[in-house]
Unconditional design. Sequence first.
Length: 204
Amino acid sequence: MARQQLLRIVAAASLVMGCGLAAAQTYTGAPGAATWVSKQGISGWAVQGGATGDEIDVGETLTASFAGPVLISAFSLGVLYDGPEFGDPHEKAQFTAFLGGQQVGQWTFTATGTTTGVLSGPGSYLNLSPAAQPGAGLWQIADPFGKLWVDKIQFTALSQSRYGNNSDYIVSSVTAVPEPGSVVLMLAGLGAVGFVARRRKDRA
């Protein structure tokens, strides 16, 4: 009996922790729908159609929405190049943060070399795969919004007309940390699980 109770507690605790720590996100695109794609050996979210076909092009937006406020610890952008492979030197991504329907920040990242770039806002960047073939043009942007809480991020591409090209890329991943209230709820849930287990033990 004790073993069964322990298993129930562990299962319930795992469920509560999963709900509390996982910052669920949904993706929508405009004007096309959001779609999961694989390009140059990596996968990520993009917008269906467009000038380059299933990437985030100039005039398109990909929106990542969260159930509540989160801190964005990092996101990764793929097939963001600075080379002649696709006629895409100095590709430029723009990302805008929202909270409660209000814009709270907007910054850009530009690939300026095979492993170098320019980030206009807080945080830092790391090249994970060179921005020239056969690389995947994969970049990780850490703490892109600093300590700002957000509940929505909108990604788009900016035209680099002086280089004779339009930027395009995909969002490979977004890592978010839920607000402290979610952790409090998680701990409260664990406490409730323990209380129920103790009552059952006392009745036995």
